[in-house]
Design a binder for this molecule. Sequence first.
Ligand SMILES: Nc1ncnc2c1ncn2[C@@H]1O[C@H](COP(=O)(O)OP(=O)(O)OP(=O)(O)O)[C@@H](O)[C@H]1O
Length: 358
Amino acid sequence: MHAHDVPLPDQPLLKVENLSCRHGDDLVVDELGFNLDGADIACLLGPSGCGKTTTLRAIAGFQPVSSGNIYLSGQLLSGPGSTVAPERREMGMVFQDYALFPHLSVEDNIRFGINHLSNSEQHRRVDELLVLTRLQGFGKRFPDELSGGQQQRVALARALARKPRLLLMDEPFSSLDVDLRRDLTLEIREILQEQQVNAIMVTHDQEEAFAFADRIGVMSEGRLQQWDTPFNLYHEPANRFVADFVGKGAFLPGHALDTNSVTTELGTLSGNRCYDWLPDAPVEVLLRPDDIVPSEDSPYQGTVEHKVFAGTSTLYTLALPTGSRVQAAFSSHRDYRIGDRVGIRVEADHFIAFKRQS
Ligand SMILES: Nc1ncnc2c1ncn2[C@@H]1O[C@H](COP(=O)(O)OP(=O)(O)OP(=O)(O)O)[C@@H](O)[C@H]1O
């Protein structure tokens, strides 16, 4: 069966259940669980060392699991003490360093995993993949005669040649420069959609994750913090770690007034969610840069401490009188200088707040 075959309706394509993995005595993946549905492309996102690669390797079958299970369309692939060999999982892998065979031409690299097919079928599949990955005319070249982006497309073509049920990619773009990364991320997403191949990519770059994935798992210290759409991660972060890690913004201290409003240095802010805090509880409100707007006659002012020009907007870090800081993205037509005092107000449709620990 391949990914374009319809999986059983009640079975997710991939089910990772209470997965824990150890390196020696260290628990590096801790009770992690998520389901990947038939149509989704996913990312595991998190800071260096949080366990993303170990999770991907467990799914691929290279990493033994200490507890928990991994299923593909309902079939158990990994459990404690039982594992289906990597080559029998029908998964493709693309690595950061391309891992192409240097002594084989592009065509032969792509052909590598499909030598069980007849010669004419091999040719047809290779030609199809060269077109798909926009490598027509490069088939006879060797890897060292290609750019980094082209090499990564060969690696993708090679991984897709066997029509994998799931494609696993570990930081596939990290050795490429920023512009190429962005283009290739979108291009590969289109190729996967066209081929109806599900994929999981590991990255620590959230822009890349947002551009690539329908579902993102944010990890920290071996634990899955949230498995959700990019929109929900940004607007409805499940906890403070996700709020801080995903997107820009700053936390402004305040005190609860009632279950959905807070007094802060920038006035009373009200949201559309109810919190279970008691009146006067210390809280902090997440303000995204687009929640702060310039307002000349506002009683609230911030002093420009830092600015980063970003084309259509400029990102300012503003210090408030108490020393708290907020970030604000203003149209780059307004050009404030370091040290300028800027009238501001909060204009947020909703806010995300957390109890303050200290
Ligand atoms: N072979 C190994 N032996 C011992 N410890 C390891 C091994 N591989 C990884 N680790 C440790 O396991 C933890 C998780 O590593 P992992 O590579 O899964 O993280 P990651 O999120 O992919 O990080 P990065 O983004 O830096 O690649 C880290 O603390 C790492 O040092």
